[in-house]
Design a protein around this ligand. Sequence first.
Ligand code: ATP
Ligand code: ZN
Length: 300
Amino acid sequence: MDTAADRLKIAVQKSGRLTEQTMQLLERCGLKIRKSKDQLFCYGENMPIDLLLVRDDDIPGLVGEDVCDLGIAGLNVIEEKRLNGTFESGQTPFHELRQLGFGECRLSLAAPEAQEWSGPQSLEGRRIATSYPALTRDYLDRNGVNADVVYFSGAVEIAPRLGKAEFISDLVSTGSTLVANQLVELETLLDSQVALIQTNAPLSDAKQEWIDRLLQRMEGVMQVSESKYIMLHAPRTAVAEITRILPGSEAPTILPLEGIDDRVAVHAVCRENVFWETLESLKAAGASSMLVLPVEKMLA
Ligand code: ATP
Ligand code: ZN
């Protein structure tokens, strides 16, 4: 298969906070790409996968309208689009395949320090500036509160100073933008990270097979990023205790040491990072000659 119709099309952010990590993830899944001159389209040289480089806000729509088979975007834009419900069918035409563990942020409600706040009812009759009107209205509805949602396409944090709103709901990661604008974070409306979505339209078997393969590779890449391979020597009698200390390890491999009867070599894959504190605990349990190695690829 390699006709244009059989090539998977994935919508990704053209340039922004998600671009580097998205491209890195796809590269680590084995994809080699050639950028076209206009740089809106990337051709996958070694897999039947092409990338469409677009604004992140357009990604759920492109997948929903079947222009792309898959999309990689923040849950904030995915959920906003889903709640917006401006699809012909009236139903959400895409579904989430998996969350990808980067681009973490939250949609939070915030207000100037002097603003009175004793819970969602403090919003009654007030104005909230946001770039996420659907998510914000959904929060108001869930709390049975009536408030005006004022749409801002950007620079939401200055809305209170402009006298346009008493509250804002905006994306926060470290919170430094809020602090710089003398705003206090009040409540989280949505916890977000990047997710992979797929169109609900039926796909050819060939495309679906590549999606399954890509998902399996993503699984491996995500596990590997934290995983370590650890090797150490330990007294035979301490193996049970040492296995207990190793973070997120399955049954370790126990190997004899030439000429030494009371000590063995222990090899294990730890699915979590191994910190100095862990090595110190292992040493206290009798381990020596400890070596921690990064894991490059993993396939369950
Ligand atoms: P585009 O031109 O693609 O529309 P943008 O300016 O809307 O870009 P970015 O600022 O690059 O978007 O943010 C993209 C995504 O990064 C957000 O939708 C969100 O999922 C995620 N993100 C992570 N941390 C933050 C943050 N502190 N502020 C805003 N977005 C964040
Ligand atoms: Zn955007």
